[in-house]
Ligand binder design. Structure first.
Ligand code: ZN
Length: 233
């Protein structure tokens, strides 16, 4: 009984002053926030590569940074329609590397990883567009972090989903030198959406229907992988 009495005495003392009441309200707000945070499902992080001062690869007036953002915005729309919370590392034409000094590119990549970790994302999909000296090279390529089984599974799902939109299917490629994949804690994959250096791929990047199909294919495979992750928590 003594314990119960003490439990009641503390709030009453606290409530005596206006400061005490404010403190209790603040504590309540923190607890409510914590409860929402604890129950909210983790988001999927979509990373449109490059942006701002960094246009990425380019050809015939088409910039990689615009292609990646275009697909990212479509992808977010489809995933949200499926009930999956989505974050983007960038929402507009901006770079994340800060001042234009040495190391800007590395800082830009680090910030993408930091934002992924900060929001507690369940997975990361980074979007890029390729370029080659060989103008006949075309098509999708999907990369994963070597020796990271979840990263590989995500890449395989993305690759399978994109296969019907490709002339020739390339299996996902293991890498150890891609900063975002190497440093991301949750499963991560990087998709090269096609070659800006190839005329046919460039035409596809300008084709609204094709871009929608790509976004849909990515959305379905991400949705499946996300469900399998969340279901096992
Ligand atoms: Zn790129």
């Amino acid at each position: 009984m003594a314990v119960r009495t003490r439990v009641w005495v503390l709030p009453r003392r606290l409530l005596r002053g206006a400061a005490g009441a404010a403190a209790l309200m603040a504590l309540g707000a923190v607890l409510a926030w914590w409860r929402v945070q604890a129950q909210a499902p983790p988001p999927v992080m979509i990373d449109p590569g490059h942006g701002g001062v960094d246009g990425g690869a380019s050809a015939d007036g088409l910039l990689e940074k615009a292609v990646t953002l275009d697909v990212a915005l479509r992808l977010r729309r489809h995933l949200e329609a499926m009930g999956v919370p989505v974050r983007l590392t960038r929402e507009g034409d901006e770079d994340l590397g800060g001042p234009l000094t040495r190391g800007r590119h590395r800082r830009d990549l680090a910030e993408r990883v930091r934002r992924t970790h900060e929001c507690g994302a369940a997975l990361l999909v980074s979007l890029h567009a390729n370029s080659s000296r060989d103008p006949t090279e075309r098509g999708f390529l999907v990369f994963y972090q070597k020796d990271a089984p979840a990263s590989r599974e995500l890449a395989e799902r993305l690759d399978r989903a994109l296969a019907p939109l490709a002339r020739r299917r390339e299996p996902p490629i293991a890498r150890t030198d891609l900063y975002v994949l190497r440093n991301c804690r949750p499963p991560a994959a990087l998709v090269e959406l096609g070659f800006l250096s190839n005329g046919a791929d460039r035409a596809r990047f300008r084709d609204e229907q094709h871009m929608e199909r790509v976004a849909m294919a990515l959305a379905f495979s991400i949705y499946e992988f996300y469900q399998s992750l969340i279901g096992t928590r």
